[in-house]
Design a protein around this ligand. Structure first.
Ligand SMILES: *[C@@H]1O[C@H](CO)[C@@H](O)[C@H](O)[C@H]1NC(C)=O
Ligand SMILES: *[C@@H]1O[C@H](CO)[C@@H](O)[C@H](O)[C@H]1NC(C)=O
Ligand SMILES: *[C@@H]1O[C@H](CO)[C@@H](O)[C@H](O)[C@H]1NC(C)=O
Ligand SMILES: *[C@@H]1O[C@H](CO)[C@@H](O)[C@H](O)[C@H]1NC(C)=O
Ligand SMILES: *[C@@H]1O[C@H](CO)[C@@H](O)[C@H](O)[C@H]1NC(C)=O
Ligand SMILES: *[C@@H]1O[C@H](CO)[C@@H](O)[C@H](O)[C@H]1NC(C)=O
Ligand SMILES: *[C@@H]1O[C@H](CO)[C@@H](O)[C@H](O)[C@H]1NC(C)=O
Ligand SMILES: *[C@@H]1O[C@H](CO)[C@@H](O)[C@H](O)[C@H]1NC(C)=O
Ligand SMILES: *[C@@H]1O[C@H](CO)[C@@H](O)[C@H](O)[C@H]1NC(C)=O
Ligand SMILES: *[C@@H]1O[C@H](CO)[C@@H](O)[C@H](O)[C@H]1NC(C)=O
Length: 667
């Protein structure tokens, strides 16, 4: 019996030895120079792969470790190792013998790190794909010598930063995909050597900052995808370094508003900024001097309620503008007129059907030689006035639409704004109407202010923006934006309340000739210095005496007071402009009679000592905490690489690293 089994085993061994020279590894299919071992449940790479193999497919198996397993295959061009269980690639140059390799796919595996040297020898590699993995740490020089790489795909990993060294040698890279990672900042100079890059995608990351020099070197880039990040403002300067950029996606970022010159002076043809919940306004000149711009996608922004009539300045080639599913009630004809031919979408907006839609109705019914073409025009419906709700715009009779109408304010709700002394405030006001309304402002004093106003604290910009600086309580009141044309007036009232700051003054120690006052509250540091004012009560005509104290003070002792007298004490700030004091908090005290024994001094100095001791103790605590935090951080920072270093150096596959205390189940 035993000898029969032995014989069968010998035969099997013999056939497999012979077949290694003349045919294919067991379980694999071989067609010409392709060896297909896809999805065969393999735990290790078969060791009899023909020497002349050019394509080797090993995906969807159970490989866990490649160290010392990759055979000598001097003609191999494609190696697919995706969808395995590879836990680490180690520190050795495991691919060294595959000198002809052009494509390497390592997607969907379990390794988290790439150490320097792992790809050494892959000089001819053109495509490297590691998607859908767990990559977190990539050494700085992992990609050294990959000067023939054309396509690098690292999508769907956990990469959070990109050292500038990564791309040094990739002069020929054309496509770089880094979508769905955790990158949070684009440093200056990261891509400087990528002169041939055409496509850079960084969508679905956590980018919140972009250096002005982040895109230097990307002279040939045509497509840049930055959608679904945390970018709150357009990276205007950074964009200008890419002279051949054609397509730029910035969708689904928390941008609240596009302001003048946000997009300017770059070569782009197509800009997409849709799917935000934050975008509210597009101001005058937000798109300016863009000679190649043809398509602008601004749809699906449910908060977008204003597009300035001059949002596009010197954008001669604009021919597609998507504005559907926004919150626009009016779109001015000026936005799109005098252009060769424009395709527009405006459906699913709460349109106001007054004189402002006249041009749209004409365009829909081709009344004039209109070059403006509305897509999905049947879906264009009135939302206001109430009587026309849901009425199709196309069916509206032109005669029923007036040629002129009174101003309509964008966001006409009257509101109340609470601020604090010393703050600044900006009010903006925008209106539509035919003829275009003029805007002026009326301030609480009743005076009309305009751009020639010379008060430094109150300024007007572009007539529709009112700026108030260094607010004082007397600035409280109603600010009116008045939009006016020959058809009528629209007014928006904003009530400004300049609250006093949170500071309170209290007597702490009262003696016959001196009083110690203390002050507390969150506004103790709001001003560089405060003034303590004091005078006797009930003595008409008496001026306050003053002392100036720095913001670091918390108490002050006023000496040389009269015994048995009522005083009023205040903490105040100086209004330099008007040379008077603005009182923030006041208190009253009555000094003791002359017989009162003055022991207060000791208390006061005790308080001072206690304060000093308290500060010292607090500083010691902070030093302690900081050093502890730093220690913790260092530990965590090194943990991952070091662990894998230990397992790697020992060349032991992790599943064999059982603890001696654990029973070795199944072996
Ligand atoms: C490789 O084998 C798998 C599984 O048998 C098969 O689905 C696949 O089409 C093969 N690939 C090629 C290129 O022949
Ligand atoms: C590698 O194999 C997987 C699954 O078998 C396949 O989806 C993938 O496209 C292959 N990679 C390349 C670069 O062909
Ligand atoms: C590369 O091939 C040489 C010669 O066949 C062999 O000695 C060496 O171990 C191989 N290196 C690797 C990393 O497999
Ligand atoms: C851009 O690409 C073209 C064609 O591939 C190449 O000739 C040129 O050198 C590249 N430009 C720069 C600035 O590298
Ligand atoms: C915007 O949202 C729509 C619908 O949710 C989706 O189909 C589209 O792909 C998104 N576009 C971008 C650029 O995110
Ligand atoms: C759309 O505009 C209306 C009227 O101005 C406003 O009440 C509403 O809150 C806006 N919707 C969004 C999502 O901002
Ligand atoms: C009709 O088209 C011509 C040439 O495109 C243009 O000059 C003219 O202003 C257009 N007329 C109107 C009413 O838009
Ligand atoms: C805002 O106040 C002005 C002036 O008092 C008034 O005419 C207007 O109707 C108010 N607007 C709203 C939306 O209540
Ligand atoms: C601004 O207002 C003043 C006085 O009300 C007026 O004399 C002046 O012409 C106005 N300037 C402008 C630019 O409207
Ligand atoms: C300031 O001090 C007074 C009197 O000691 C106290 O009543 C008040 O709650 C304090 N306020 C703050 C904000 O600490």
């Amino acid at each position: 019996m035993v000898s029969w089994i032995f014989l069968a085993f010998c035969v099997l061994l013999l056939t497999s030895v012979i077949s290694s020279h003349i045919s294919c590894p067991l379980h694999c299919d071989c067609v010409q120079r392709m060896v297909n071992c896809t999805s065969r449940g393999l735990h290790k790479i078969p060791d009899n792969i023909p020497l002349h193999t050019e394509l080797l497919f090993l995906s969807e198996n159970r490989l866990t470790n490649l160290v010392k397993q990759i055979p000598f295959l001097p003609r191999l061009l494609d190696l697919n190792l995706s969808t395995n269980q590879i836990k680490q690639l180690g520190r050795g140059s495991i691919f060294q013998n595959l000198t002809e390799l052009r494509l390497l796919d390592l997607s969907n595996n379990k390794f988290r790190t790439l150490f320097n040297g792992v790809f050494r020898g892959l000089y001819k590699l053109e495509t490297l794909i590691i998607t859908n993995g767990h990559l977190k740490f990539i050494d700085e020089h992992v990609f050294d010598d990959m000067s023939n790489l054309k396509h690098l795909n690292l999508r769907e990993n956990s990469i959070h930063s990109m050292p500038v060294e990564w791309f040094y040698d990739m002069m020929n890279l054309v496509i770089l995909e880094l979508d769905n990672n955790e990158i949070y900042y684009l440093n200056s100079g990261t891509f400087t050597s990528l002169n041939n890059l055409r496509h850079l995608s960084l969508s679905h990351n956590r980018i919140r900052g972009i250096s002005e020099k982040a895109f230097l070197g990307l002279r040939n880039l045509t497509t840049l995808l930055l959608n679904h990040n945390n970018i709150a403002e357009v990276p205007t300067v950074a964009l200008q370094s890419m002279k051949r950029l054609k397509v730029f996606f910035l969708d689904a970022n928390p941008i609240p508003k596009l302001v003048t010159d946000d997009f300017t002076l770059f070569s782009v043809k197509e800009i997409s900024l849709s799917n935000t919940t934050t975008l509210q306004m597009i101001d005058r000149g937000a798109f300016r001097d863009l000679g190649n711009l043809e398509k602008v996608y601004l749809h699906n922004n449910p908060s977008l309620h204003y597009v300035d009539p001059h949002a596009f300045i010197n954008v001669p080639k604009l021919r597609v503008l998507l504005l559907h599913k926004n919150n626009l009630s009016v779109l001015s004809y000026e936005t799109v007129y005098e252009r060769p031919a424009v395709q527009l979408t405006m459906y699913d907006n709460p349109l106001l059907c007054d004189c402002n839609v006249r041009w749209i109705q004409k365009a829909l019914n081709k009344k004039e030689n209109s070059s403006i073409h509305f897509l999905n025009s049947d879906q264009l419906k009135c939302s206001q006035p109430q009587i026309l709700r849901s009425f199709p715009l196309k069916a509206l009779s032109l005669a029923s639409i007036p040629e002129q109408c009174e101003p309509v304010l964008v966001d006409s709700r009257n509101e109340t704004v609470d601020t604090k002394m010393g703050d600044s405030q900006i009010f903006e006001c925008r209106a539509f109407g035919i003829p275009p309304p003029k805007i002026h402002w009326i301030v609480p004093s009743g005076s009309v202010v305009n751009e020639s106003n010379n008060d430094l604290r109150i300024q007007i910009k572009h007539s529709n923006i009112l700026l108030l600086y260094h607010l004082k309580p007397k600035d409280s009141g109603i600010y009116q934006c008045v939009a006016e044309n020959n058809m009528g007036v629209a007014i928006k009232n904003t009530v400004l309340q300049v609250g006093s700051v949170d500071i309170g003054l209290f007597p702490q120690r009262v003696s016959s000739t001196f009083v110690t006052v203390v002050w507390n509250g969150t506004a103790r540091n709001n001003f560089p210095e405060y003034d303590i004012l004091y005078k006797t009560d009930n003595r008409p005509g008496e001026q306050y005496q003053t002392v100036t104290v720095s913001y670091v003070y918390r108490s002050y002792t006023i000496n040389n007071l009269e015994p048995d007298t009522s005083y009023k004490l205040c903490i105040a700030v100086k209004d330099k402009e008007e040379e008077k004091y603005i009182k923030l908090s006041c208190t009253h005290v009555h000094t003791r009679d002359a017989s009162f024994i003055m022991q207060g001094i000791y208390t006061t100095s005790n308080v001072a000592v206690a304060v000093v001791l308290g500060i010292v103790a607090a500083m010691l605590c902070i030093v302690c905490l900081v050093s502890m935090a730093a220690k913790k951080y260092r530990q965590r920072h090194y943990e991952t690489p070091e662990k894998s270093l230990i397992t790697d150096m020992a060349h032991v596959p992790p599943e064999n690293l059982n603890s001696p205390l654990m029973p070795r189940v199944g072996s």
